[in-house]
Each structure stands twice: as C-alpha cells, then as structure tokens.
Design a protein around this ligand. Structure first.
Ligand SMILES: Nc1ncnc2c1ncn2[C@@H]1O[C@H](COP(=O)(O)OP(=O)(O)OP(=O)(O)O)[C@@H](O)[C@H]1O
Ligand SMILES: Nc1ncnc2c1ncn2[C@@H]1O[C@H](COP(=O)(O)OP(=O)(O)OP(=O)(O)O)[C@@H](O)[C@H]1O
Ligand SMILES: [Mg+2]
Ligand SMILES: [Mg+2]
Lengths: 256, 256
C-alpha cells in the first residue's frame, strides 16, 4: 500500500527539500522503494539528487501541463531504490497554465496514478507558497509532513497552512491527514530553539515527531555535490537524524 | 528623488524580510523617510514591525485588487520615519485575481504613485517565488537588492532571478537595474560560507555589497517581538551589519 506524503510549508527555507531528499534516501537504504516528486520550479530536489536541470529529457511540467507519460519522465538516482520525477524552470509557466485547466488541483494526482503502485513511498517536495502547485501536492497526498524551522517566523505561517489543509480535506481530498510536524535546524545551544520546540509541542503535542533535525553544516554541503547525506557523510549527525526520522515514520505506519 | 528597491529572491528563507525590516530601520534612524511594502501573503514584514495581521484596517490586497486608497492603508511603526503598507493572508487570493486584470504587473507601481514622493526610500519585501506578486515588485522598482544566503542552494536560483530581471527590463520596466547582492547568514567559522562568498564575488564582482550580514541569533529573535534589531539589541553584530549596509547603500546613491 503506497503512502504519498506531501512535504509542505509556505514559509521559505525551513528544510522541505533537505527533508525530501534525505528522508527518501534513508527509506531507500532500508530497501523501501521511494519516488521523490520535485514540485518546485527551483528544482532543488532535482539538483540535490544529482540530476541536471538543464539537461534533456522530460520534467514534471511536461507531465502536468503537456500530458507526457510520467513513466518516461522518471529518473534513476545513485540509490537503487530511489527514483525522481524532476523539475526545472519550465514549471514557472505551469502556474498560469494550470489555473486555466479543468480540475486544476487534481492534475498531479491523476499523473501519479499509473506509477504510484511501483513504490512504497512517494515524497512530494512543495514550493514555498500556497499556490496551485502546493495545492496539487496536497490533493495528491495521503498525508502532509510539515518541516518547521526552530525559529519564530516559521511558526507564524503554521495556522495558515493548517487552515489550507483543512480546506483541502473538506474539498478535493477528504482523506488528507497530518503525517507530523518535524523540527529542523535545531540548535541545542540556542534558547530560541528550545522555546520554539516547547511552543510547538504545547500546541500540537503528539503530532510533533520525537526526532528533530539538528543544524548541521554537512546537510547544507551535500546539496552542492548532488548527493544525499548518506553518500556525502554517513557518520554525521545529519545522516543519523534522518535515519531516525525514517524509523519513526515506519513505526507510525506499522511498517518498522 | 525617491528610490524604490525590490528585495527579491525566489529561494526561500534567504533573509529577504529580515533585510527589508532592518535596512529600513537603519535608514529611518538616520532620518531618512522610509516606506516598507509587504508583498508576501505570509505577512512576515508586517508582524516583524509589530502590526497585527488579523486586526482591522486595510492591507495591500485591498489596494492592489480592491482599488482602496494606499494612503488609508499605511501604518505607523514604532520608528518615526518608518511607515508600512501591511500584508496578510488576503493576498493569497490576489495571485489568481491579479492574473485576470489588465496590466496585471503594473498594479503596484500604479498604487504607489500617489504616495511614493513622501518617502526617500521604498523597500518592497517580495515573496519566495517568481509569480505575479514578485513581478509587480520588480515592475514598480528602480532597483533590485538580492539577499543570498551563504549556502549552495541559494546560489542555484540566482541565474533564474537574473534572467527574470533581464526580461522585466526588456518589457515593462526598462529602467530596472541591480542595486546589489547581499550575503546573509554568513558564518565565518564555516568553509561553506567563504566558498560561497568567493563564488559569488568571482561571478558578480562589484555587484556584491562589501557589507555582509553575519549569522546572529538576535536577528531571528527580534522578529518574535515585532521589533527591528535596533530596538531589540542595538549593540549586537546584526544591528551593526545592517547599519553598515545602510551607509554603503547611501554611499552608492551619493547620499551618504
Ligand atoms: N538541518 C540543517 N542544518 C543546516 N543547514 C540546513 C539544514 N537543513 C537545511 N539546511 C540548509 O538550509 C537551507 C534551506 O533548506 P531547504 O532548501 O531544504 O529549505 P526549503 O524549505 O526547501 O526552501 P524553499 O522554501 O526555498 O523550498 C539550504 O541551504 C539547506 O542546505
Ligand atoms: N543574519 C541572520 N542570522 C540569523 N538568523 C537569521 C538571519 N537573517 C534571517 N534570519 C532568520 O532566518 C529565517 C529566514 O529569514 P527571513 O524570513 O528573513 O527570510 P525570507 O527570505 O524573507 O524568507 P521567505 O522566503 O519565507 O520570505 C528567519 O527565521 C529569520 O529570523
Ligand atoms: Mg525547497
Ligand atoms: Mg520573507
């Protein structure tokens, strides 16, 4: 039974892409079959997995707006069990084009249907907005994983995001539930980090993953080499924290 | 002669809002009259300047899509010379509505015309995307200031942003030029920071501000108190770096 998880937060720079890549890699290394869908015109998940955004081949734009076969747009990555549906700048145009399509928020869900069963997990990396692309991600997903940077401005947008998820549940995707809230870039030396953690836990309690991701420069460095953290530095705190997240996620799905 | 500066970068979390608020405050403390325009539905510049996003009164959405008088939407802040055109979640709806308007990318420029001459500087805080709101910011602006986090993923989007600026210059705003590239969250202890700085300087040389903004938790903390850094902790490195940026900016405009 495939589990499709949208990784979303309209606040920018909170660790959506870093989580999509490294959670996917942790699951793939544990022999689960994983698909990452890059839904951000920036294409950071695409380059972070070592795929050339300016190269030939099909991208998610061709599948969403051009009706291309999703199977022909899939890319292999350096990890056996990890495939990618890549994105690039062509997706910028899609935001206007998708708005004019019928059933515009269901295009991704429809495109993934023929390929979804080949995977145990599908992780969708959403852009930093609540526009039509993120809406497509939320409608196509079973659950939503929300990375929250342990800083004040990242807390601000949580209510808007929860409101959007509620509306998607009442409208196009009645089965949508929260997978969990993941604290990222947590710096144990800072009072701010522990204050935010206390705040998030008091409001959202059991939704907050026990695992939190520490601030760790190796996670920022690995992106420039197009590698998940496990290939770049498997012994660092960043790699360990994403593996612990994968174990916790599997435990929540009774798959561990 | 008013100078309108769009603070833009589609990469999320690179310090756009933190720069808009604290550069504006530094200029206002030096007796320049400054207007901050919050163009992000997240409304982080609005709350970062202590204004209630859920309160009464008019917001930038009412001015852009509802034809309200911009003068009646302006808010005072705790700093005498600093006014704000606030934003809130209502702006999310505008992205669809603005797309259907005639001259859709000129709406902000037109709205600012009657009030712009009351200020020496207008700083526009753009959302993390290259959509219709950022386009309005670029068309309304004289120059663009691009905050770049000293990390790899923030470099990736620079070419797309420069391409977008070039197209706006060839289309709706022939006078648009680059104000400069500002390195943010620079951590002198990390090799990654100095590598990125060397990379940016080799490609963009004289466009890069001499001033860079160090990573400084006080800058993250002050946002939760709705205060610019100068009111929260005037002696920290964050406050000093934004004041040095203001001086450098004034020097570039021969206003120092
Ligand atoms: N735990 C971490 N420790 C240190 N740096 C991190 C960590 N997680 C992410 N980063 C870095 O922080 C920046 C923001 O992360 P990332 O790009 O994954 O966020 P995002 O939410 O996907 O951003 P966007 O909103 O632009 O899509 C990147 O430069 C990334 O390399
Ligand atoms: N120099 C700095 N040192 C430490 N933290 C910083 C610094 N500048 C910004 N921050 C923090 O980093 C986070 C991102 O900054 P900010 O929100 O200003 O970026 P942004 O580009 O406006 O984000 P968005 O793309 O969501 O609009 C915030 O939590 C902010 O408080
Ligand atoms: Mg991302
Ligand atoms: Mg911002």
């Amino acid at each position: 039974m495939t589990r499709t998880i949208a990784i979303a937060n309209q606040k920018g720079g909170v660790g959506k892409t870093t989580t999509a890549i490294n959670l996917a890699a942790s699951l793939a290394l544990a022999e689960w079959r994983v698909l990452v869908v890059d839904l951000d015109p920036q294409g950071n998940a695409t380059s972070g997995l070592g795929i050339d955004k300016n190269g030939n081949g099909l991208f998610v734009y061709d599948v969403l707006a051009g009706g291309a076969d999703p199977l022909s747009a899939l890319r292999r990555t350096e990890l056996e069990n990890l495939h990618l549906l890549p994105a690039n700048r062509s997706l910028v145009g899609a935001t206007v084009e998708l708005l004019e399509a019928r059933d515009r928020e269901r295009l991704l869900g429809r495109a993934l249907k023929p390929i979804r069963d080949n995977y145990d997990f599908v992780l969708i990396d959403c852009p930093p907005s609540l526009g039509i692309l993120t809406l497509n991600g939320l409608v196509a997903a079973d659950t939503v994983l929300i990375p929250v940077q342990a800083e004040y401005l990242a807390l601000e947008g949580l209510t808007d995001l929860m409101e959007t998820i509620r509306r998607v549940r009442e409208g196009s995707n009645p089965g949508l539930v929260l997978e969990g809230i993941l604290l990222t870039m947590y710096d144990e030396r800072l009072i701010l980090s522990s204050q935010i953690r206390a705040d998030v836990c008091s409001h959202l309690g059991s939704w907050v993953f026990d695992t939190f991701i520490p601030r760790n420069v190796r996670l920022a460095e690995c992106a420039s080499f197009g590698q998940p953290i496990h290939s770049y530095d498997a012994r660092c705190k960043g790699a360990a924290s994403y593996q612990s997240l994968a174990r916790e996620l599997l435990g929540r799905c009774n798959l561990g």
